[in-house]
Each structure stands twice: as C-alpha cells, then as structure tokens.
Design a binder for this molecule. Structure first.
Ligand SMILES: Nc1ncnc2c1ncn2[C@@H]1O[C@H](COP(=O)(O)OP(=O)(O)OP(=O)(O)O)[C@@H](O)[C@H]1O
Ligand SMILES: [Mg+2]
Length: 469
C-alpha cells in the first residue's frame, strides 16, 4: 500500500514537471512566433512607407524637370507631364501619410515636409501659369530667385531623413526576427533535450518495469512449482493412504472371515454333533419331536449356509483355492443365478500376484453389483485378455447406462476401482451414456510388483469344511 502511494506520488510529480516543461516550451514558441509575426508585419509597412517616399521624391523631381522643360520651350507636352507628375506627387504624399500611420514606431512628423512640398508645388504651378499667360517678366522674377532650389533641397533632406528612419525600422524588425528565431532555436533545442530526457526516462522506467515483471513472474513460477510439488506430495500421500486403507480393509475382512469360519464354524459343528448324539436318545412315541428335530436341522443348515456366504463375500475362498479364472467363473455363475441376467465370460488364464488377482476380482464384483443395482441389463459380458505386457479387463452390460458428467457425491465404487487399477500402474476407462449400456475397461501391466509382505491376519481364510459347517 505504501509502495503504491509512493509510486502514485512519483507519477504525479513527474506529470507536473512534464506539464510545466511542456507549458514553458509552448510559451517560448508562442512568444517567438508572435514576435516574428509582428516584426514581419511592421517590415511590410516600413517597406510600403519607403516605396511611397521614393515615389513621392521621384514624382517631385519629374514634375520639376517637366516644369523646366515647359518654361524653356513652352511645349504643351511638358505642361501635361508637369500636371501628371504633380498629381502623382500629391498621391505620393497621401500614400506616405497613410503608410506612416501603420508604422507607429516611426516617430516622424510630416508637417514640415507637407508644407515645403505644398510651397514648392505652388511655386512651380505659379511659374507654369505665368509662362502660359506670357508674363515673361514676372516669370523671370520668379525663376531668378533661389527659393525653388532651396525648397527642393529641403524636401530632399526631409525625404533622406524619412529614408534613414525607415532603414532604422527595417533593421529593428530584422533584429526582432533574429531574436524570435533565437527563441525558436532555444525552444526547439530545449524540446529536443526534454524529449530525449523523457525518452531516456521512459526507457529506464520500462527496463525497471520489465525487471520487476521478470522478478514477479519468477516468484510466481517458484510459488506455482512449490504448490504443484505440494499438491503432488499430498496426492501421493492420499493415494498411499487409500491403498493402505484398502489393504487394511482386505486384511480385516480376511480376519473376520477366518474368525467366522473358525469360531462360528466350530460352534455350529458342535451343535450339529450334539444333535446327532441327541437324536437316538429321544423318546420314539412322541409324534411332535421328529418335526421339531427336522426344523432344528433345517435352521442349523441355513445358518451354516449363511455363514458360508458371508465368509465368501468377505474373502473369496474360491480365489485362494482355485485361482482367478475359476473364481471369476463362479462369481459370474452365481450372479446369473441370483439376478437372472445372462452372463457371458471370456476369461483367459493369467499369472498375476495375489494383490492383482484380488483387485481384479473386486473390480468384477463391484461392476456386477452396479449392474444389479442400476443397469436393468439383460446381458453382461466379462472378458479378461492377457497380453505379453499387459492385462485387460472388460465388464460390459446392455443396460440403461448413465450420464458421466453427473457426479454422485456419496458413490465410491467406481472411484475405488480407479484407485485399484492406478495402484497397479494401470488405467481405468468407463464408457457409458443414458440408454447405451456401460463398459468398464481396465488395463494394467502384466508383470506386477511382489505384493506387500502379508500380515498374519491377511492370510486367506481356510476353506470351509464342506460337509459339516
Ligand atoms: N452398470 C451401470 N449401469 C447404470 N448405472 C451405473 C452403472 N454403474 C454405475 N452406475 C451409475 O454410476 C454411479 C456411481 O457408481 P458407483 O459404483 O461409483 O457408486 P454406487 O454404486 O452408487 O455406490 P457404492 O458403489 O459406493 O456403494 C451409480 O450411482 C450409478 O448411477
Ligand atoms: Mg457401486
């Protein structure tokens, strides 16, 4: 949380600095732009002023030349030229005045120039008028004076001063443009360096981020591996525990079967012997005794049969006595008799250790129990195929089948089968669908490890005494 707050503060500070730098760069650039724009505008106005002043000076000189030509020759051509240049000079003066208004920095007063030009123009117009009216004396008087020349030189001086002013303004504008260019250069250089700095910071930051992602991924990977190891370890423990429980169960069942056989069997045998000894000693004339004795004998026989079934169920003696092939055949035959379902078998003899044989027997037993409980089947097939490397067990029925995606929380039969097969190093495959029957298929290596050293209690039950109990 603290690290997050610190990182947030860093980001905000960096963003603030970035914004400030960007704002300064924009301000510098805008300042340079406006300065150069103003300088260019004022340069244009100054150029217009210069041009108007040049036109004015040219028009005045041309008017003076035309006036002289007329005074000397009296030719109307000069008169017309004089009038045209006079008009041009007036227009030039107006242009100069207008141009000067758009150059506020000029600081030039036109009043002197205006009045001198007006005087000069009137003097020239008067001389022309006198010449045109033929008043040559008066004309000589006017032209003999130095006034015209003086006025012309005053005008030239004033125009020169105006020219100097415009030159100064031009160089001021140029200086402004250069300053603006300098601003732009500084701005661009700063922008380039800031961009470079930002890029370097970005590279550094992304490198740091990459490093931290790599570190986090490595830590995650380590944690994942640790958890996977833990899961593997726990799964192995659970599997070992389940195997142990299954073995303990088989041992307990065998022990119980043996005790039932030894203890209960002995008691029942003793009861039968006592009955046999009692029979000749009973009075012959009592008619009620023979039926009672027959019922007693029958009950004793039923108890003996029940004991045998329980023992067989607890620990299949057929497996120990006759081997897997016969035990499975007996199991199939008894199932068919009990349930009425036709059982077809194809069981090949297999040399397997006791543990594998018992597992196979239990799997067929559980499969047949399931068929009886759920399948409503007409036919069941039990197949045991023995190959060089492995053994395959198939129990297939043509019953109602079931949906394998629906899990039954309190069902352990199929899970137990899977566990048995996996602890033999094999795999279990169940194929079923509603209406399609069920096939339980198990495959496991033919060469089994030697079974765990049998405990005394795990010894198979002795075969029942067939005739007595
Ligand atoms: N041959 C079969 N035909 C139809 N349904 C079956 C068959 N075998 C198993 N099933 C279905 O699969 C479920 C799981 O069977 P499983 O043997 O694991 O448990 P169970 O028989 O219900 O209980 P448990 O075997 O623990 O006493 C059954 O409840 C049943 O719905
Ligand atoms: Mg079951």
């Amino acid at each position: 949380m603290k690290r997050l707050a610190l990182a947030m503060r860093k980001y905000l500070a960096a963003a603030a600095v970035g914004l400030a730098v960007a704002a300064s760069l924009v301000a510098i650039s805008e300042l340079g732009y406006h300065r150069s724009r103003n300088a260019l505008d004022s340069l244009g106005s100054v150029r217009a002023l210069q041009k108007s002043a040049d036109q004015l000076g040219g028009a005045l000189r041309a008017a003076e030349s035309a006036q002289r030509g007329y005074l000397l020759t009296g030719d109307d051509f000069y008169l017309q030229q004089f009038e045209a240049e006079s008009t041009r000079a007036s227009a030039g003066l107006t242009h100069v005045k207008q141009a000067l208004m758009s150059v506020p920095d000029a600081d030039v007063s036109l009043s002197g120039l205006e009045s001198t030009i007006a005087t000069k123009m009137s003097e020239m117009s008067l001389a022309v008028h006198l010449r045109s009216k033929g008043h040559l004396d008066a004309l000589e008087f006017v032209t003999s004076s130095d006034v015209g020349r003086t006025q012309m030189s005053t005008i030239a001086q004033l125009l020169d001063r105006l020219d100097q002013t415009t030159e100064r303004l031009v160089s001021d504008s140029q200086a402004q443009i250069r300053t603006a260019q300098d601003y732009s250069r500084v701005g661009l250089t700063l922008a380039a360096f800031t961009g470079l700095l930002a890029f370097l910071l970005y590279l550094r930051r992304s490198h740091q981020l990459e490093q931290s992602v790599v570190k986090t991924n490595a830590a995650l990977q380590q944690e994942r591996e640790r958890l996977e190891d833990l899961v593997r370890e726990r799964t192995r423990n659970l599997r070992e525990l389940a195997t142990h429980l299954q073995q303990v169960r088989e041992v307990d069942r065998a022990k119980l079967a043996r005790e039932l056989h030894d203890e209960l069997g002995a008691l029942l045998t003793s009861a039968k012997l006592s009955m046999a000894r009692l029979k000749p000693k009973l009075p012959k004339d009592d008619d009620t005794i023979p039926p009672l004795m027959a019922t007693l004998t029958d009950t004793l026989n039923q108890v003996i049969a029940l004991k045998r079934n329980i023992i067989e169920d607890l620990r299949p003696s057929s497996l120990d006595n006759f081997g897997l092939l016969t035990a499975l055949d007996i199991l199939a035959r008894e199932f068919q008799e009990r349930s009425g379902v036709t059982v077809e078998t194809n069981i090949e003899p297999a040399t397997l250790d006791a543990n594998a044989q018992l597992s196979l027997y239990r799997m067929v037993q559980e499969s047949l129990t399931n068929v009886a409980k759920y399948a409503q089947a007409k036919q069941v097939y039990i197949g045991l195929r023995v190959y060089r490397q492995h053994v395959e067990l198939t129990v297939k029925d043509d019953g109602v089948g079931f949906d394998q995606s629906v899990t039954q929380p309190k069902s352990h039969g199929l899970a137990g089968m899977r566990h048995r097969v996996e602890s033999l190093g094999g795999r279990l495959d169940i194929q079923s669908a509603p209406g399609k029957g069920t096939t339980v298929f198990a495959a496991f290596p033919a060469a089994q490890r030697p079974p765990p050293a049998p405990e005394p209690a795990a010894q198979p039950a002795k075969p029942d005494a067939p005739d007595v109990a």
